[in-house]
Write a protein that binds this ligand. Structure first.
Ligand code: NDP
Length: 263
């Protein structure tokens, strides 16, 4: 299927690793120009150099900053406008989860988590809104989690924040229509750097990577019997972000191997 992304511009936040990087690659494969960001300049620059060698420097724009800095998002949007003439699809992916129960989440943790989850959407969306309105195919696609609908007690503030983000996105789908479509994906467990870090911090350091991940899938009762791959999330993101999903807005797509229990 032609997704209609050839020569369009896709912006991906958190594009130097995991799901974001797989999304950047997939959008490049579809013929788009791609701009992406992450905080760590070293990894970002290495990834950008590798992609430029593969797809051509003229199709790639990478800038190191935190999406939590509003002015940096605006500067990035200006750079994208200058380099590519505007943005057609914004994919808000940057972030990470926080493991903590109600008892061990401090007020400062709550503030940090709510800031990360809400403003990693709000700042990039505000910065790119005018460009997206100007595009004939403007879209925003957010990475969210099943935790929004199926909270986990060991990720109490992440779950609460993710529910709020779904509410924000639903409102935006109405407020920004008809110029900009707004959708989300809800992830279960996807093998990425986040899970690699948790694997490296495992209790039993003798357990192999394969066994640790198989064990995790069993404990979480994932019907498809494994974690997802970053590419599997990326394919869904790029589809929703593309003109091929032209009548889809206000929607959420689960990429979870069937682990959700809500209807
Ligand atoms: P990774 O750690 O592999 O990738 C996260 C990316 O986001 C990196 O490029 C990171 O680079 C960047 N990033 C993190 N914080 C910021 C920030 N403040 N500003 C700009 N860039 C940032 O993790 P995943 O691929 O797993 O995560 C992608 C998204 O998916 C995240 O939002 C995560 O919460 C969400 N998610 C993932 C799940 C999973 O099972 N993998 C489950 C549910 C949700 P750098 O650190 O250099 O900034």
């Amino acid at each position: 299927m032609d997704l209609g992304l050839k020569n369009r511009t896709v912006v991906v936040t958190g594009g130097s690793s995991g799901i974001g990087l797989a999304t950047v690659r997939h959008a490049l494969e579809e013929g788009a120009h791609v701009a992406f960001c992450a905080r760590g300049a070293e990894r970002l620059d290495a990834v950008a150099a590798e992609l430029a060698a593969e797809y051509g420097e003229g199709r790639i724009c990478a800038r190191a900053f935190s999406v939590l800095e509003p002015e940096a998002n605006v500067a990035f949007a200006d750079e994208v406008a200058e380099r590519f003439g505007g943005c057609d699809a914004l994919i808000t992916n940057a972030g990470q989860g926080r493991m903590s129960t109600y008892a061990d989440t401090t007020d400062s943790d709550w503030h940090d988590e709510l800031e990360l989850k809400f403003f990693s959407q709000i700042h990039p969306i505000r910065a790119f809104e005018a460009q997206l309105r100007h595009s004939p195919v403007g879209s925003i696609t957010a990475v969210n989690s099943l935790l929004a609908y199926q909270p986990e007690p060991h990720m109490v503030c992440t779950s609460a924040a993710r529910a709020g983000v779904q509410s924000l996105l639903k409102s935006l789908a109405t407020e920004l229509a008809p110029e900009i479509r707004v959708n989300s994906i809800l992830l279960g467990l996807v093998d990425s750097n986040q899970w690699q870090r948790r694997f490296e911090a495992r209790e039993d350091q003798t357990q192999s990577r394969e066994d640790w991940f198989a064990d995790l899938a069993r404990r979480k009762s994932i019907p498809l019997g494994r974690l997802g791959q970053a590419e599997e999330a990326a394919r869904a993101l790029v589809f929703l972000a593309s003109p091929a999903a032209s009548y889809v807005t206000g929607a959420r797509l689960e990429i979870s191997g069937g682990v959700s229990r809500f209807v």
